[in-house]
Design a binder for this molecule. Sequence first.
Ligand code: AMP
Length: 505
Amino acid sequence: MQGKRIIRPRDRQRFAPSFWRLPGAVTISTHGLDAPPANAADTPKPSFAALGLMPELLRVVAEQGYLEPTPIQVQAIPPVLQRHDLMGCAQTGTGKTAGFALPILQLLAPQANTSPSPARHPVRALILTPTRELAAQVQDSVRGYSKHLALRSAVVYGGIDIGPQKKALHAGVEILVATPGRLLDHLHQKTLNLARVEILVLDEADRMLDMGFLPDIKRILAALPSRRQNLLFSATFPEEVRRLAKELLHAPIMVEVARRNAPADLVSHEVHLTPALRKRALLAHLIRSRNMRQVLIFVRMKRDANRLARQLQQDGIAATAIHSDRTQQERTLALDEFKQGKVTALVATDIAARGLDIEELPFVVNYELPYTSPEDYVHRIGRTGRAGVSGDAISLVSPDEMKMLEDIEHMLKRKLPRAPAASFEEERRVPASGKGPRRPHRKEPPRGHAPAAKPALPGFDFSKPYEPAAPSSTTGREPAPGPRRGPARPTAALLGRRPKRDSEK
Ligand code: AMP
């Protein structure tokens, strides 16, 4: 594909930390995508052909523009082809979809056929994903990878008419990609039979468990034959995932790419320390001054996503929002328009933090830092710096978010670079356009009525008006989440009041 830089897999074997080893497991792990090998000359350059892929698949990867397999593909494809169970510690963006989809297609190829009879097309591979967007994306990839094989695939997820899905299932598909809730709906309505499934993939298992899908997963497992191959992928490896892996996997091959919690090496970080009330103007300034054509912006609350998208539109920036209160059609449209470059800014809650693959997305902005867990920072910024293409992760951090910033830096084991505020402030004072500064946000205190100065947090510019920390949200309406207390809230809490069944969303 034109413009796509190809990842150079430079693998180095090492043992994964023992805490994520499972009994009977064989561990293969690689360093981050761009970690230099101990001795580059010693590292044989892998190829897709050397991994044992069949000609139809070699043709398709060449057509996709993939010149070399990524590290996860190097490690995962051979064991999956040998029908091993596999536990992959890898994030979306590492090429893991092809890592499991290509060998699955090869394993199913002997049964490929063009018969119109549904009986000749039972579901043989089931791929479960936590979100509808990821399900659609994975099926897109599977469809692309299977184009030279007579294998059918379909995707089922909630929020849209179940009718066409029933029709597709009735006609028969070998590979089914699904979110758990809608899959259960089909099972209950007896529009789906999983008795012939040979391979199960749980993609983004940590996210599925975060979203409260464990009971649904257990019900689905009960509908599957007990003899099958299991592949489990997870970006992180918390205790719940380890427990699930123990139950599910038999003597798995364990594959790890990139350090746990390590953001993509190709992402450059930039922190702007700013009062909350200046964020909107700073964001508009950054979008314009950096000539951003595509920027994914994260906020915490759904209503803030809508509001910020509206405000950006008022500022003359094409923007839309994506979060779980929007209908599936609206979510799909927002994402499509963003991917096609029809809108510049996509404002998202953490629903978009994982899974989405937006080709060559150059900018991710944390309008607000994630407060559920510092690891969400990694997932958010993982939307950029993908497939070997570099990206910028920009965080706008207000005084009340300093603790979250510290937590993130602690997790990353490094301080994130601070951007100088001077250029933005200069421009606000002497705007290049000569039109005068933009009208202040209506919640900004009127000129000359800035609240009395309070001691500023370290790293803040004392010359700027101090903004009280209490109304932490940029809108001033939401209560401050403040530093995290007690156990982390499940990510599902960001997506709604309780973990919703997919079919309910
Ligand atoms: P994934 O992690 O599966 O979401 O993949 C992330 C992106 O990497 C997708 O856009 C894939 O098309 C792309 N990709 C997957 N494998 C390769 C490869 N071997 N070379 C280049 N790009 C790849």
